[in-house]
Design a protein around this ligand. Structure first.
Ligand code: SAM
Length: 190
């Protein structure tokens, strides 16, 4: 049982693109209430449920509180854009780095489409910067964005830093017509 229907978006993306597998270490940004983290815990074998496969690691960060989840470490009441959060993340990561950064973050919508779009794009651009400190070379970044005129800016930044960038529109998010995801793979590193 997933905490939120958003789980099905990640499951759908992962079924198609296989971004999560046993042994990987994952940062889940905007993790509350924890459905994506639930999916990640299963897929990376964070609980060691499959003893024959490597054990992964899941760290979830959110502005909100998150109920504990077996197999995941949460950093609640933390703003991903705050430099203190980066330090806390680094201290919690077993190897200091992750294989994948996932973001389903969304700012509180004002209803002003353009403003909401810009706020989310700048959150995503912040993640591209965060990647420099914590994403392993060849790593993956998956981030939600709301369509608008600055999507290209984000897409271009991602194309500079990753060998492959795809735009995804999961069936499960069809109802929210302005919501899409960028899947950026093969991080070039510094
Ligand atoms: N993927 C989650 C799940 O499956 O349970 C749902 C995520 S929800 C759509 C978006 C989350 O992003 C909210 O919980 C919100 O608090 C969080 N968020 C927004 N801005 C943030 C920020 N600057 N730092 C951390 N989390 C943020």
């Amino acid at each position: 049982n997933y905490r939120c229907r958003s789980a099905f978006k990640l499951l759908e993306i992962d079924d198609k693109f296989h971004i999560l597998r046993p042994g990987l270490s994952v940062l889940d940004c905007g993790a509350a209430p924890g459905a994506w983290s639930q999916v990640a815990v299963e897929k990376v074998n964070a609980l060691g449920t499959d003893p024959s496969a490597p054990t992964g690691f899941v760290l979830g960060v959110d502005l909100m509180r998150i109920s504990p989840l077996e197999g995941a470490v949460f950093l609640p009441e933390a703003d991903i854009t705050d430099p203190n959060t980066l330090r806390a993340i680094q201290s919690l990561l077993p190897a200091g780095k992750v294989d994948a950064i996932l973001s389903d973050m969304a700012p509180n919508a004002t209803g002003i489409k353009d403003l909401d779009h810009q706020k989310l794009i700048s959150l995503c651009l912040g993640l591209v910067n965060l990647a420099q400190s914590i994403l392993k070379p060849k790593g993956t970044l998956l981030c939600k964005f709301w369509d608008g005129h600055e999507s290209r800016v984000l897409q271009n930044r991602l194309k500079e830093q990753f060998r492959e960038v795809k735009t995804l529109k999961p069936q499960a998010s069809r109802k929210d017509s302005s919501e899409s995801y960028f899947l950026a793979r093969l991080y070039k590193g510094k």
